[in-house]
Design a protein around this ligand. Structure first.
Ligand SMILES: Cc1cc2nc3c(=O)[nH]c(=O)nc-3n(C[C@H](O)[C@H](O)[C@H](O)COP(=O)(O)OP(=O)(O)OC[C@H]3O[C@@H](n4cnc5c(N)ncnc54)[C@H](O)[C@@H]3O)c2cc1C
Ligand code: SF4
Length: 338
């Protein structure tokens, strides 16, 4: 590890000021991703701004919606009674990620900003446009089994690894940020970026901005018709090869509203508005779900060894929607395959 300065501000304004225009400064919350990256020499911060003393660790009611402070831990969030009752999809997605110990340390804000698990990004001996812009992408034509099938560019084919973010995308959450220009709200769909020509930028967070909270809208898909289905190589400590957050409102056998987001397939949680529209007003049958899956995967492109993910994603969408319709969400705390 390299030498770094360390500061521990007490207010959001002080934290923003401490970051200032310093490109080598980093906020640290739970540290479960940043410290790993420092050990691998991928991140070399000159200054660590420890934000764990900021007053951002509350879950608050706001006119029917909930505001989750950026420092609420993943465990606190997943087990909060209001979240379990009103946003069960979010609780299930969080419990599908990492381990109990990690969830006790990991923060809501940090989860949104965790970096890709692309092997080459972690290996400083290899070229990587995300780690060092302009050096190339070692994953293209390399070991790309876990990489993206949607929204890729010729500069980067990495996926976003978060489970929680897939549920937040389906729930249409909003990210509240604060920075040198003041406060602003970013719709979740606009928070993460596709790689395009600038894969080093994971998000649309501006320079000097800090995440202060996530707002959940009133509509949380409480009740039975939701699932977070996560398909991975093993049942713990594994990031999703493909995941599906599905939530439905049913009118008898007919779908009134559908929300669907995929994880593990792209540089950001993947939503397809056309597929959600296709589902609305249709009978909740396997044929309807297959049509939605085909529409979502129509644009999918395989790399050298990840073609299996296209069919895996297609089947996961159908299975996720079937589970949601039947009201039999896959239990993530009991990791046996149902
Ligand atoms: C072994 C292992 C397995 C894992 N498995 C999974 C999994 O299956 N699914 C999953 O989703 N995740 C998984 N994770 C990732 C874990 O969820 C993240 O590391 C965690 O959520 C990051 O939160 P943190 O508070 O520790 O972030 P930190 O490591 O403290 O920070 C991460 C990044 O966010 C920035 N940051 C933190 N807070 C803020 C803020 N409020 N505003 C602006 N910037 C901020 C930091 O500067 C840093 O760049 C795993 C991690 C490990 C180590
Ligand atoms: S896929 Fe992205 S993160 Fe991985 S090597 Fe290529 S540029 Fe780097």
């Amino acid at each position: 590890m390299n030498r770094f300065d360390y500061v521990r501000p007490g207010t959001v304004a002080e934290a923003v000021q401490a970051l200032g225009g310093d490109p080598a400064a980093r906020f640290i919350a739970g540290g479960t991703n940043l410290i790993d990256l420092m050990k691998y020499d991928v991140e070399r911060p000159g200054k660590l701004i420890d934000i764990t003393r900021l007053p951002l660790d509350k879950i608050e009611e706001r006119d029917g919606s909930l505001r989750i402070g950026a420092l609420v831990t993943n465990a606190t969030l997943a087990y909060d009674a209001r979240i379990r009752e009103r946003y069960p999809l979010l609780a299930d997605a969080i419990l599908a990620g990492a381990s109990a110990q990690l969830r006790n340390a990991a923060s809501t804000g940090g989860n949104l900003l965790q970096r890709t698990r692309c092997y080459y990004f972690y290996d400083t001996a290899t070229p990587c446009n995300k780690r060092e812009p302009g050096t190339g992408c070692s994953a293209i034509g390399g070991v790309d089994r876990i990489h993206a099938i949607l929204g890729t560019s010729d500069k980067c084919i990495a996926t976003h690894p978060s489970d929680m973010c897939v549920a937040l995308a389906a729930l249409e959450a909003t990210v509240q940020v604060s920075g040198p220009q003041g406060d602003r709200a970013i719709p979740f769909s606009e928070f993460h970026r596709l790689p395009g020509d600038e894969p080093s930028k994971d998000t649309n967070l501006g320079p000097g901005e800090i995440i202060v909270a996530i707002d959940l809208p009133e509509k949380g898909f409480a009740g039975r018709h939701h699932t977070y289905l996560k398909l991975r190589d093993r049942l713990s400590y594994a990031f999703a090869l493909v995941s599906v957050a599905a939530a439905l409102e049913l009118d008898g056998p007919t779908i009134r509203t559908a929300r669907l987001a995929l994880g593990g397939v792209a540089h950001k949680p993947w939503r397809n508005a056309e597929a959600e529209t296709l589902l609305q007003g249709k009978p909740a049958t396997r044929e309807t779900f297959k049509a939605a899956a085909d529409l979502i995967l129509r644009e999918a492109r395989a790399q050298s060894t990840n073609g299996f993910k296209i069919e895996l994603a297609r089947r996961a969408v159908v299975r996720g929607l079937e589970q949601a319709a039947a009201g039999t969400p896959q239990s993530q705390s009991d990791k046996r395959i149902q």
